[in-house]
Design a protein around this ligand. Sequence first.
Ligand code: UGA
Length: 448
Amino acid sequence: MRIGMIGSGYVGLVSGTCFAEFGHDVVCIDKNPAKITALKNGEIPIYEPGLDDLVAKQIKAGRLTFSTNIADGVSGMDAVFIAVGTPPRNGDDGADLSQVFDAARDIANAMTGYTVVVDKSTVPVGTARQVAKTIRATKNTTQFDVVSNPEFLREGNAITDFMRPDRVVVGTDSERAAEIMRAIYRPLYLNETPILITTPETAEIIKYAANAFLATKITFINEIARLCEVTGADVQEVSRGMGMDGRIGSKFLHAGPGYGGSCFPKDTKALAQTGRDLGAVQTVVESVIAANTQTKETLANRIIAELGGDLTDKTIGVLGVTFKPQTDDMRDAPSLTILPMLQAAGAKIVAFDPVGRETGQPLLPGVIFADQMYDVANNADAVVILTEWNEFRALDLDRLADAMRTPIMFDFRNIYKPAEMIHTPFTYHSIGRVKTTPVAPKLRQVGV
Ligand code: UGA
């Protein structure tokens, strides 16, 4: 199959490269000439494990090419994917679809025969029909079908998610378009991936409902964590006990500092806005959005209270600023709420992130970025873990504590265990579990 990919950002680049890996011929288009030149040279503008090797492999195989000329990605193609940004819209919580409609007009003008136009961008329900209308209004033709084919890629895991998805969702009223979509995804039949063919509206809602449900699961366990903290229960055990119920499932029940990233915050807001616009208010999702903001603020206030309220002359070391590991993405990262609140209380912040320094520094004015992870501990009054990078899972805790003014840790990803932390010098705070203090050094030596 011949595939055009309009938009070479995160979703477009991963999808285009993986389609090339399936054996299709893919042309990735972007309006930004610098980006296209870099991509042609195998330079990847985003941090995604494994993507650079795969791009280089597919360029070499001749199946992946890049262009700024939209016609290269449209004329003669079996399918043209729209994978442009849908950022938050000014004025309300909805998604700004201007890039999607610009792409639809560009595609209409460059189409040379029957073309399947596929929405891969995350777009509110009704957009596929509007894209069809836009194409018809631009060019008087019926030689096309519009399909909604949402993506379910996690940053940091995108290639595996693309190659081994739980399902592929294809929303279309056209059997001809469905047949082409089946042919595109045929390589996945080998691992028996279910392909769900629905209407465009259903496909569009599946995407938002899936993200909002996952955000709800996370927010739910974050609130239960608060209850655990005040009752002495352990949220990780609660998650395990809940997750063993097959109807609930154990995934996305890990309590933390609130969900972030480019998807959950934006998509929950857009879904809530659609509900309001269409008179089907999404009360649960509205509450999730408010509760997630509250989670981040509560954690910042907890640090401030534990350190005595006034943080003037206090230094706080921070491990991790990105919204999750394996990405340099800072969008809606909990650090963007928590660190300014600590600064406002007077704290000096020294942070380390394995890849997020470049993206994080401009968004966190006044935060000092350390070159080495142990540097955050120098004369620090507390260390806060905000992202569960692997590097932070096996810290030399004695070394960390020795460098600090007071060995206090706030582990907001629960990567350490309270039962083990009592044998270290740390006063240890985590999420949804009891605060622990060190057992007496003498007892520590005998391993009690
Ligand atoms: C999410 C979805 O998982 C993907 O399926 C979807 O395709 C993508 O959004 C999208 O719409 O494009 P992503 O934003 O990359 O992917 O990240 P996740 O791994 O889902 O994590 C989202 C947030 O939830 C992070 O802040 C993470 O730390 C947090 N999280 C996740 C928790 O706090 N607890 C959990 O148990 C899981």
